[in-house]
Design a protein around this ligand. Structure first.
Ligand code: SF4
Length: 505
């Protein structure tokens, strides 16, 4: 068999998880330069840029959600694909053991995490043959937050703010604009979209995701689609959704469109949204040994240019220091737009914890607590634990539970990303609590603000879903929902919706 194949797959996974490709770095550098210094979007992009640098320097996961590993493999005719699939699976398990991938494969019936990223459907490996001697393997790691913002439209369709989208390229344009607007900051903008016009529901989504294997700066060989891509990019940033949905100049860094034939009765437009942590790399392997002969998307002989010259959170002097546990008085003094630096005790809790708290008493006293929507990557060190990646997860998933949990247990602050809905906002007003938006995907940056793991509860839910007890210092976030009924998310959605009417029609 191919003696170097396993090691090559391991290298590909580790490099993809920790180092963004140069085209994405270049687009993010342009985004950083576009935002006026001192704005919320600029501060968010600054943290993102530092996070990108920290990840590659320390070979840590760029984002704690290392996503669904999706491999696209091309092999010479006659190659043993069964053996290769097995080797890829073993490399995925090894990368998970080394903390480069978070255990992300969950049994959909029992909720049990397999712990090694292996299970029915994970990882995804697609094979194709080609008439060449080399093997090509491309990998994309696309996380849950952005995957949840994917959208599929069946045309003709009536769209809010845009009217009717017909079965034309103009209808496709409206669908793409609507998908980006609808994503707001929930998919960790600025993001990129892969789009498929046509196909059926299944092939449409697959082809849309395949578009994300194109570089952001390529030009579509189909002149009609190239024109549509250019038209989207020329106008979409006028929505001013900005980084993390904070409002700002850069919402999208790429739009790549493909087309498949369709049935006469169907006209689907499928949109695959990827976040700024757009992890995609590839390798070309020697067909006899499996050794890496060439990297795709990156040239290892070129030095990696850091995103920023300085590090650390850029302070404006207006930041509010918060010491947890929090009092009602302190929380009620905060308002939307305030930048806070949280120190003290923080508890993580996401889907499984919220569902648990609806039926059981919490394992710790949550009065005055800061609850962090986060599924960290944590490694065991001796008797203790160390967090190696810890960015926020998408909060809206907890909307059915959050308000009741805040009121029942006296939580004063919830940290997450993308904001929450009307029920939570009402509970925050009644109880005296705030929502703090951290920067999605900034897993390395936030891991460094965590000074200690003090303990863990509910470990039976698996590492990402357990309740971790953390001590943090100067953990930066922005108040986007306050205890007076104000929500930045609601405002930006409304304002960008009005802009969508001008841009899209
Ligand atoms: S950057 Fe955001 S959307 Fe992307 S994988 Fe990380 S948490 Fe998910």
């Amino acid at each position: 068999m191919l003696p170097d194949f396993f090691e090559s797959m391991l290298q590909l996974i580790v490099r993809t998880s920790t180092d963004l490709p140069p085209d994405v770095r270049a687009a993010m550098r342009t985004a950083v330069a576009a935002e006026p210094v001192g704005t919320r979007s600029s501060q968010a992009l600054n943290i993102i840029a530092q996070n990108i640098d920290l990840a590659v320097d320390g070979e840590g996961a760029i984002c704690q959600d290392t996503g669904m590993p999706t491999f696209e493999v091309k092999t010479p005719v006659g190659a043993n694909q069964i053996w290769m699939r097995q080797q890829i699976r073993e490399a995925v398990a090894e990368a998970t053991r080394r903390g480069k991938l978070r255990p992300n494969s969950v049994d959909s019936i029992t909720g049990k995490n397999s712990g090694d990223n292996l299970g029915p459907g994970t990882p995804i490996v697609h094979f194709d043959q080609w008439e060449r001697d080399e093997i090509e393997v491309k990998l994309i790691l696309k996380g849950g937050g952005c995957e949840n913002t994917n959208a599929q439209y069946s045309l003709p369709v009536e769209l809010p703010h845009l009217g009717r989208a017909d079965r034309t390229l103009d209808g496709v344009r409206k669908c793409i604009l609507h998908a980006v607007w609808n994503a707001q900051g929930k998919g960790c903008s600025p993001g990129a979209v892969g789009v498929c016009v046509g196909g059926d529901r299944t092939s449409g989504y697959t082809h849309a995701k395949e578009q994300l294997f194109r570089t952001l700066d390529d030009v579509n060989p189909d002149a009609r689609l190239a024109e549509l891509e250019a038209s989207i990019m020329a106008h979409v940033n006028d929505l001013e959704i900005g980084a993390m949905g904070f409002g700002g100049k850069v919402t999208l860094i790429g739009c790549k469109i493909g087309a498949l034939n369709r049935l006469p009765a169907s006209f689907f437009v499928s949109v695959a949204y990827d976040c700024w942590a757009f992890r995609r790399l590839g390798v070309e392997l020697n067909g006899a040994t499996g050794a890496i002969e060439r990297w795709l998307y990156r040239d290892p002989s070129h030095p990696i240019i850091p995103m920023l010259v300085q590090s650390g959170f850029t302070r404006t002097g207006r930041e509010v220091a918060l010491q947890s546990p929090l009092t009602e008085e302190v929380v009620r003094s905060l308002k939307v737009g305030d930048v806070v630096l949280v120190s003290g005790r923080m508890f993580t809790g996401r889907d499984a914890v919220h569902s648990h708290l609806m039926k059981h008493e919490p394992p710790v006293d949550l009065r005055g607590a800061v609850l962090y929507h986060c599924g960290p990557v944590v490694v065991k060190e001796g008797e203790g634990w160390r967090v190696t990646a810890a960015g926020p997860t998408t909060s809206i998933r907890e909307e059915p539970y959050q308000g009741e949990i805040i009121e029942r247990y006296g939580i004063r602050a919830v940290i997450g990303k993308g904001g929450m809905g009307a029920k939570t906002l009402a509970a925050m007003k009644a109880q005296g609590a705030v929502y703090l938006n951290a920067i999605g995907g900034a897993a390395q940056f936030y891991a460094r603000a965590i000074k200690k793991v003090d303990g863990v509860s509910l470990m039976e839910f698996g590492t990402p879903e357990a309740m971790w007890h953390l001590t943090v210092e100067d953990f930066p976030a922005i108040v986007t929902m306050d205890a007076h009924g104000n929500s930045l998310h609601k405002d930006i959605e409304q304002e960008s919706g009005e802009r969508l009417e001008t841009i899209g029609v």
